[in-house]
Design a protein around this ligand. Structure first.
Ligand SMILES: Cc1cc2nc3c(=O)[nH]c(=O)nc-3n(C[C@H](O)[C@H](O)[C@H](O)COP(=O)(O)O)c2cc1C
Length: 337
């Protein structure tokens, strides 16, 4: 199993496609429509097999421990991501499946072994998405205190350094960090086939992307609404900073697709599922947790709400099957910006 195969997600397509958040009830759609995604295991399994057959490159779960309650208990039921990935990897042949893991909540030696186990099940198709700490309420639930922002990433650095030691050829190893101490540690087997899982981080501050650029194969960034050109600059900047550090990194982003047979049906369904039937209480709660309120954003709060309601933000795409069939994007070998 080569590292370049892992990094390419075992596909020659330049534009890689993945599915985000299938392990959660409602997925990423903050909607009340009864047909919304339920996140059950049989549905995840069916989706993964369909994606595997269709040539989708990856599935990325959302690491969530506590839902947002409100009308739909948005993301109230979630499957734990590493065991979820292991199950899906056992049932598929080509897909890369990520685990999304909160570094502060799990000891790195246990985590490293879980990742290796999933990687062996998937014969080199497991990926790791590192979360350094985010929703405070979730941390309270564990009796854990979220460190101040800079220290979160200092901890994550030690956590990831010890994961790498556990994955390395070292027979026995020790680690003497500020937060983590390991003595006469041993971790066998190693990841599948002599390489290691690909690693991603979705930090959005200055510190987060810097962590990704130093350590990861991929940075997951949201495209700011209506600012594609700005995002292209961000991508170029990330590539250039990585190159300066002698590294290479890919940038992933989120697209939110509402697709129906015809353009008119797609637009009607967007109106119905997002604008008319969003779980607005959940939308407002999620935004408030990030400091976005009517008071902090008096001019464009409503716009933020609509954007959030539609799959938690991201680039909104409302195509029809008719238009997609004719789209040049169908050829994923094409060069993408
Ligand atoms: C696309 C995307 C996906 C994310 N997925 C998760 C997740 O599943 N679980 C989680 O707790 N945080 C998730 N995050 C939060 C990030 O890991 C990160 O903590 C957040 O963007 C704040 O960035 P910062 O740590 O640089 O301040 C996600 C962020 C983005 C942009």
């Amino acid at each position: 199993m080569t590292m370049s195969g892992r990094l390419e997600l075992y596909s020659r397509n330049k534009l890689k496609l993945g599915l985000l958040g299938a392990n959660c009830s409602s997925g990423r759609a903050v909607t009340k429509v009864p047909e919304r995604w339920n996140g059950s295991w049989p549905d995840c399994l069916r989706l993964a097999r369909m994606a595997d057959e269709a040539g989708i490159e990856f599935m990325l779960p959302v690491g969530r421990w506590k839902g947002y309650a409100c009308d739909t208990d948005y993301q109230g039921e979630t499957l734990e991501t590493v065991t979820w990935a292991a199950g899906l990897l056992g049932a598929t042949k080509r897909l890369t499946v990520f685990g999304t893991v909160h570094a502060p909540l799990i000891h790195p030696l246990i985590a490293a072994k879980q990742f290796v186990t999933a990687d062996h099940i998937g014969e080199g198709r497991f990926g790791l998405n590192i979360v350094c700490g985010w929703n405070e309420g979730e941390f309270d639930m564990f009796g854990a205190t979220m460190r101040e922002h800079g220290a979160r990433y200092e901890y994550a650095q030690e956590w990831f350094d010890t994961i790498k030691l556990a994955w390395s050829d070292a027979e026995d190893f020790a680690f003497d960090g500020q937060f983590i101490r390991l003595r006469q540690a041993r971790a066998k087997p190693k990841p599948f086939g002599g390489s290691r899982p690909i690693v991603m981080n979705a930090g959005a501050s200055l510190t987060g992307p810097a962590f990704a650029i130093r350590n990861c194969d991929a940075l997951f960034s949201m495209t700011p609404k209506g600012k594609l050109a700005e995002f292209a600059t961000h991508v170029a900047n990330v590539h250039s900073l990585a190159r300066d550090g002698g590294r290479q990194i890919d940038v992933y982003t989120v697209g939110v697709i509402t697709c129906r047979n015809t353009q008119c049906e797609a637009e009607e369904y967007y109106q119905h599922s997002v604008l008319d039937n969003a779980d607005w209480a959940a939308v407002d709660r999620i935004m408030a947790m990030r400091g976005v309120t009517r008071e902090t954003f008096p001019d464009d709060f409503e716009e933020h709400r609509y954007h959030q309601a539609n799959g938690m933000g991201g680039v909104s795409l409302i195509p029809s099957f008719q238009t997609t069939a004719k789209s040049p994007l169908n050829d994923r070998h094409c060069d993408m910006v």
